[in-house]
Ligand binder design. Sequence first.
Ligand SMILES: Nc1ncnc2c1ncn2[C@@H]1O[C@H](COP(=O)(O)OP(=O)(O)OP(=O)(O)O)[C@@H](O)[C@H]1O
Ligand SMILES: [Mg+2]
Length: 151
Amino acid sequence: MNEKYLVAVDGSEHGWKALDLAAKLAGASDAELILLHVVPHEPMPDGLAQFAKAEGLSMAEERGRYHEGRRIGDQIVRQAEARVRKSGFERVSSRVEEGSPADRIVAVAEGDGTDMIFLGSRGLSDLKGLLMGSVSHKLMHLAPCTCVVVK
Ligand SMILES: Nc1ncnc2c1ncn2[C@@H]1O[C@H](COP(=O)(O)OP(=O)(O)OP(=O)(O)O)[C@@H](O)[C@H]1O
Ligand SMILES: [Mg+2]
């Protein structure tokens, strides 16, 4: 059976670089690519939701923000898939999940039994001087398989 490579994309330069490397290696080894974006979903603590309710504050803004994130996430994976297909690679599928990025990436890797995970060392945050972002850092600890952190 072909190997499966999971690529975590967040729309950052590092993420595209991870994708390009994964596509190159997958092409050489007949592997299949699964592209994943996670829409960060920070659930509002119960106490805060109660406070908002007591104050008569609408939660519509929170929902709107999540909706936006989902739309952007769909666009990120569409772009990622188009980038891979443009190079003639066909064994690619993509998905958008919601929740904590590192936890969801691990869950998909476990659920799909992927052989390798590719991600960038950094993402969209402007953390000058830091070697790795929190998602890559967490993945290095939690990944259930080989994890390639692309710099
Ligand atoms: N929401 C996400 N969905 C999918 N992959 C992600 C997501 N966020 C980050 N990644 C992957 O993890 C890599 C590292 O990003 P990370 O978020 O750890 O760095 P950062 O944005 O610089 O820092 P931080 O988010 O901790 O402030 C990205 O290049 C991408 O491959
Ligand atoms: Mg980030």
